[in-house]
Design a protein around this ligand. Structure first.
Ligand code: GSH
Length: 202
């Protein structure tokens, strides 16, 4: 399997992290954004949105980090990451949506502005962040993992941009339960860090 990848992208890291945790072999194909390779003919054919990550598995092409997590998790005989239980699956999808909406518009957008100079609205990014962080923290006060009693792909989807939120001047450290959960994620066997990730208590 090939993963079209960008090292500083939290969306790509979602997939790299899950592949590392589960031992799924993935060949990384770096996409050089400084050369505009995300707009190349090949990438546009694979993903008309001209975004990474894109997973290519033989004839199958999957775009979007959340979709790739579901695709990969369904390929495993170990069903813990995407249990065959509609209640848990519904909860997981709810968290995948949070990753693609609240976290995308909050901590991810703030980081795009501060680290990469994106022309986005910082006030809006902080508003989204200040809304989602207390909700996540409260949720994690009563459970160790987001969607079940064990890690699932929900944890892999939500973790990445929170682990580099400081790069967008979003401070997650006052959120005690959230910090404890991030530390738990970072202690999972075969965990790999995101570049410039927050130092987490071990
Ligand atoms: N919903 C998509 C979003 C992917 C996305 O925004 N990718 C960024 C990198 S993190 C990208 O490729 N942007 C294209 C660009 O900036 O030109 C996902 O979760 O994979």
């Amino acid at each position: 399997m090939k993963l079209y990848d960008l090292d500083v992208s939290g969306n790509c890291y979602k997939v790299r992290l899950f592949a590392a945790l589960t031992g799924i072999p993935v060949d990384l194909v770096p996409v050089d954004f400084s050369k505009g390779e995300q707009h190349s003919q090949l990438l546009t054919k694979l993903n008309p949105f001209q975004e990474v990550p894109v997973l290519v598995d033989g004839e199958t092409v999957i775009r979007d980090s959340q979709a790739i997590l579901v695709y990969l998790a369904c390929s495993l005989s170990d069903q813990r990451w995407w249990p065959d239980d509609r209640r848990v699956q519904a909860d997981i999808v709810g968290w995948l949506s949070v990753a693609a909406c609240e976290i995308r518009n909050g901590p991810n957008a703030a980081r795009l502005i501060r680290k990469f100079g994106a022309d986005l609205d910082m006030e809006a990014a902080l508003h989204w962040s200040n809304r989602i962080l207390p909700i996540l923290n409260k949720h994690l006060e009563s459970q160790e993992w987001l969607a079940s009693s064990h890690p699932t792909i929900a944890d892999c989807a939500v973790f990445p941009y929170l682990s580099v939120a400081h790069e967008g001047s979003v401070d997650v450290t006052p959120y005690i339960a959230l910090m404890a959960w991030m530390a738990r994620v970072s202690r999972l066997p075969n965990f790999i860090p995101m570049p410039d990730m927050l130092t987490l208590p071990q």
